[in-house]
Design a binder for this molecule. Sequence first.
Ligand SMILES: C[S@@+](CC[C@H](N)C(=O)[O-])C[C@H]1O[C@@H](n2cnc3c(N)ncnc32)[C@H](O)[C@@H]1O
Length: 215
Amino acid sequence: MRKVKWAVEYLKNSSKRVEDPSSLKSQWKKDYKQLHVEIGCGKGNYSMDMARMYPQDFFVAIEKNESAAGIAAKKFDEAQDLNNLCLIHGDAISIGEWFDKEEIDVIHLNFSDPWPKKRYAKRRLSSSSFLDQYKTILSKDGEIQMKTDNELLFEYSVLEFLSHDFILKDFCVNYRREPHPEDAITEYEEKFIAQNQPIFRCVLKKKEDPDENNS
Ligand SMILES: C[S@@+](CC[C@H](N)C(=O)[O-])C[C@H]1O[C@@H](n2cnc3c(N)ncnc32)[C@H](O)[C@@H]1O
């Protein structure tokens, strides 16, 4: 995306940006019912709309691109009615340092960059080094909810999830065939819906730990 000149300065002063996410490790949920984390939130519409739809839950949006994060931070600050929402400007490869074991209830991966070339596969948000961390920080009944327009990324991701001890809870190859008012539409999703492109979606859960039942 085009560079937003004011983003760096804005991010420094934003009240909704968490400067040191690891300082909140194990404290994110406070009195909220569920903790949701959106990775790669872009300009932030999804987390903001979801925070408004689910005031009993807390939402953390993560974005590494400075310009997108700056725009998201400004939107979050302007939504003064929303106290259940914040932004981390950073690379989610460090996510395991920011959240405690089993702290997160839902991880949202919305229209993640596909990184089609094999040499960049490690950057995919559904690649091994990310999945190992998600497994640790997701609660026992926690979920990963993934939406994408990209069939190849979808196939790759489902196989990665399955080979990392996740199980499929839901799977859909044309998610917006039905309206789904319970789930906000992201900026990218809006474009694909307008172009009549199908949206792929899957929901994953962690496999139960057999050792836990034996103890
Ligand atoms: C294609 S955009 C989708 C934006 C938004 N989720 C949507 O659906 O409209 C993907 C976003 O993920 C961000 N992203 C990619 N890898 C990331 C990472 N490792 N940590 C944080 N953000 C990341 C990119 O900077 C980009 O803004």
